[in-house]
Write a protein that binds this ligand. Structure first.
Ligand SMILES: O=P(O)(O)OC[C@H]1O[C@H](O)[C@H](O)[C@@H](O)[C@@H]1O
Length: 528
């Protein structure tokens, strides 16, 4: 296509949302009209399924759950008045709570104000709050947020030492929908220990955000924690940013949560339109389907040209890959679906892996996120008539063009500025695109059976560790790893047993490995 034809194609396919000032450009995806027509009936089905989902159908059949994140930003859509009232009440409670924390009406026992937040959660209970904090928290927030999103002891130490003496004015959010995920549970226990080492009563600093009746909820209630906020059965972790999971930390940081909800609602309205060309989420799903042949054959590289959107790709990684990465389709057929997502930010990445994108294996399509406003206020000039923002914009346009010229497709999403409304809209746009794409490829976007399998496998390892320690305790003499495995009744688990013992040895846990470390099979293992 020559420049004139491309300009026409750009205009033909450009989507613009007036209320949000958001543009979506899929002109650099090389599909043609025949392809669009070939997907028409699949899209009609996808739109129908989305209507049913929003009306409260069991859209997550494996878990027998409704899928209601769209109701969070428009409670009038909720399928019954009880849910509606609950959504509205929770939102009001969050605002009142944040306000009371900010004014000091709610304060730590020995201080006038809370100064910091430690937010403990993983996956959907961390990625949204992290993305939003990075994107929207003011430079001087009323409370500084720190995240513990793993069971890495050194990571926990790092957060605790950064907080230091301010622990006595730190509010702890323990976020877990299920209330039973091991990583946040471990983080909570360690943080609780840190409070008690300082003679602080953890319960007076702790807030639980979890499903009613979960283990975490029970602990919070029995220990009389400072507060609890509900997480609903019908909101999945990876779509929970607009529930208490995302709204509590955001409101505490002084982020305008009503604006975030409004942006998402406006986008939800726009992506409800049952017409591919007028629906930005459908345009995204169409582009993804085209690029990867409906089988995820190409990866999605997400490049926001704005530092504050750095974590968008990580956020999308869970949303897209946990939703679409499925072995079986809804009919039980083996399909190995998914779309791999990665990326950091432009132009920074142009000095790293963009080399491969431009010239190497063409196994991806790029999504460039453009922000029209460079900064608040005027920019000084770097060169005559040129600002740093002009460079950033130039790098984006140049990369888009260079990729296209080398037969690499790209999508460009343009927002006027990074604010609560546009961030809410971006989240809603991708949530809907994932839902529609899942319908096109006939997978359940709302369960995660593979993750559950991983959790079970980890539990088996911890069980094995206990057995191994019992064997060592009951034997006085040194044993080989093979002998330990036999005595533990786990002869087929020699290698994991070796790795368990090596880990215990490295952490001075009373296990001694003697012999040639390069020949694990010959080692003798004993207790100190
Ligand atoms: O919020 P939680 O119940 O603790 O779950 C946290 C995360 O862990 C799970 O393993 C799921 O795969 C994620 O979808 C979820 O967001």
């Amino acid at each position: 296509m020559d420049a004139k034809e491309l300009w026409q194609r750009y205009q033909d396919w450009l989507y613009y949302h007036e209320g949000l000032g958001l543009y979506l450009d899929i002109s650099r995806m090389r599909f043609d009209n025949t392809f669009v027509e070939s997907l028409q009936s699949k899209f009609e089905q996808a739109f129908r399924e989305m209507v049913a989902l929003e009306k409260g159908a069991i859209a997550n059949p494996d878990e027998n759950r409704m899928v209601g994140h769209y109701w969070l930003r428009n409670p009038d859509l909720a399928p019954n008045s009880q849910l509606r009232a609950e959504i509205v009440r929770t939102l009001e409670e969050i605002e009142v709570f944040a306000d009371q924390v900010h004014t000091g009406a709610i304060h730590p026992p020995k201080e006038n104000r809370f100064t910091d937040i430690i937010s403990i959660g993983i996956g959907g209970s961390a990625l949204g709050p992290q993305f939003v904090a990075e994107a929207l928290a003011p430079d001087l927030p009323p409370l500084n947020i720190h995240f513990i999103d793993n069971t890495d002891p050194a990571g926990i130490d790092r957060v605790l030492s950064r907080v230091g003496d301010r622990l006595s004015s730190t509010l702890v959010l323990v976020i877990s929908k299920s209330g039973g995920t091991p990583e946040p549970r471990n983080g909570m226990i360690e943080v609780k220990q840190a409070y008690s080492r300082r003679n602080l009563d953890f319960a007076q600093y702790a807030i639980a955000i979890t499903s009613t009746g979960s283990n975490l909820d029970k602990v919070a209630k029995s220990e009389n924690w400072l507060g609890t906020f509900p997480m609903y059965d019908w909101v999945g972790g990876r779509t929970s940013e607009m529930s208490a999971v995302g709204l509590v930390p955001a409101a505490l940081q002084g982020i305008n949560i009503r604006a975030m909800l409004d942006g998402a609602k406006q986008m939800d309205d726009a992506t409800r339109i049952a017409n591919i060309k007028n629906n930005p989420a459908a345009l995204l799903a169409l582009s993804w389907y085209f690029s990867g042949n409906g089988k995820g054959e190409k990866d999605m590289v997400v490049l926001p040209y704005k530092d504050s959107l750095l974590l968008f790709s990580r956020y999308l990684q869970q949303l897209v890959m946990e939703s679409l990465g499925k072995e079986k389709d809804l009919d039980g057929k083996t399909v190995y679906q998914g779309i791999a997502v990665y990326g950091n930010k432009g132009s920074t990445d142009q000095h790293a892996y963009v080399q491969q994108l431009r010239e190497g294996v063409p196994n991806f399509f790029a999504t460039l996120i453009e922000v029209l406003e460079d900064r608040q206020g005027a920019s000084s000039e770097i060169d005559p008539g040129v600002t740093a923002g002009d460079y950033l914009s130039g790098f984006l346009l140049g990369t888009r063009q260079a990729l296209y010229e080398n037969h690499r497709d790209s999508i460009t999403v343009t927002i006027p500025q990074v604010n609560a409304q546009t961030v809410g809209a971006l989240i809603a746009l991708y949530e809907r695109a994932v839902g529609l794409y899942a319908s096109l490829v006939n997978v359940n976007a709302y369960h995660q059976p593979g993750v559950e399998a991983g959790k079970k496998a980890a539990a088996v390892i911890l069980d094995l560790q206990n057995k191994v320690i019992k064997v060592l305790q009951s034997e006085r003499k040194g044993l080989t790893i093979g002998e330990i495995a036999d005595k533990a009744g786990a002869s087929d688990q020699v290698e994991p047993i070796y790795k368990i013992l090596r880990h215990l040895h490295a952490n001075n846990r009373g296990v001694v490995l003697t012999g040639d470390l390069s020949k694990p099979g010959t080692l003798t293992v004993s207790l100190t």
